[in-house]
Design a protein around this ligand. Structure first.
Ligand SMILES: [Zn+2]
Length: 315
């Protein structure tokens, strides 16, 4: 089976209008670039907001389960993105949003692993997070530094302490994503001091840090407690899977085969490259790379299942 280490569930009202607009702008850009728009016509952010987003909303988690079943995904790690301090909060506050998501996870036993998602600069954030470990069965912490903090800011340190102590992983967004966000805060290099100060803390760098992957590779090589997920690489892999195979080969060689994990960042990419198609792209890598980078079946299997299983402590 397969474990998806990076997913979200969208619900009306959890982002502010500005947050939705920013996400819609990004989705419209991707749809225009990769699908040539909708029905042959370029789409606007407004179109994405009004016509594509409603299809991605999943208030009871059933669309997520359907996606997982269709693709053959057993378990998805699930977490909110807290960008409220940069875009403004939506009608649903971050605490309520986390609770709602934890409840979805509870509703489908064995299908989701919930991580608490919070901006560490929020009032009482550490208390909310600590409480979530017992009350909401949170199995990790999701950070979103693009909302305006650095990973080595002291405000994040209490969270690292809690996670190291409880042996819970931290998954952080890495990479510039889009220029509308605070680009510089997503740099992997700001993990270094954290890794020095918390030698047993497990940190998962999301999206292989996007275009900043060489920096993540440099950090991952040096610190054995750095992990990475490959979510968000659907489009570049679809365009040129030999190139992605080459990048993946570098990570597998230099960080070892057991710290890279597959993920979708669902539901964002669903309209463009479905989870099922993304999975097939990864499964095709041994064939695609057989004369060049030689990704093996066993490595693919570890990336799709075994590595996440070990990290999350799932039997
Ligand atoms: Zn994400």
């Amino acid at each position: 089976m397969t474990i998806d280490i990076h997913t979200h569930i969208w619900k009306e009202g959890y982002k502010s209008d500005l947050g939705y607009e920013a996400a819609a702008q990004y989705l419209a850009k991707v749809v225009n670039e990769w699908l040539g728009g909708v029905d042959g016509k370029e789409i606007s952010a407004k179109f994405a907001l009004e016509n594509l987003f409603p299809k991605l909303m999943d208030p009871d988690g059933s669309k997520s389960i359907k996606r997982m079943d269709e693709a053959g995904i057993e378990i998805s790690a699930l977490f909110p993105v807290d960008a409220g301090l940069v875009w403004g909060d939506g009608k649903i506050g971050i605490e309520e949003y986390n609770e709602w998501m934890a409840d979805i996870a509870k509703r489908y036993p064995g299908r989701f692993i919930f991580f608490y998602g919070i901006d560490p600069r929020r009032k009482n954030a550490i208390k909310m997070f600590e409480k979530s470990i017992t009350n909401l069965n949170a199995k990790g912490l999701k950070l979103y530094p693009l909302s305006g903090f650095y990973l080595d800011d002291k405000v994040v340190y209490p969270f690292y302490s809690v996670c190291q102590e409880a042996d819970l992983p931290v998954l952080t967004h890495l990479g510039p994503q889009t220029s509308i966000f605070k680009v510089k805060c997503g740099t992997p290099l700001r993990m270094k001091q954290v890794l020095i100060d918390f030698p047993k803390l497990k940190i998962i760098g999301a999206h292989l840090a996007e275009e900043l992957w060489p920096d993540l590779l440099a950090i991952g090589k040096e610190f054995p407690n750095v992990y990475a997920d490959i979510s968000g690489h659907q489009l570049d892999t679809k365009e040129k899977s030999t190139h992605f195979a080459h990048v993946l080969r570098r990570f597998l060689n230099e960080m070892g085969p057991d710290r890279i994990m597959w993920g979708t960042d669902a539901p964002f990419f669903e309209p463009i490259v479905s989870a099922k198609e993304w999975l097939e792209l990864i499964k095709s890598l041994p064939e695609v790379s057989k004369n060049t980078d030689k990704i093996t079946e066993a490595e693919v299997e570890a990336v799709l299942d075994g590595n996440a299983r070990k990290l999350l402590g799932i039997g």
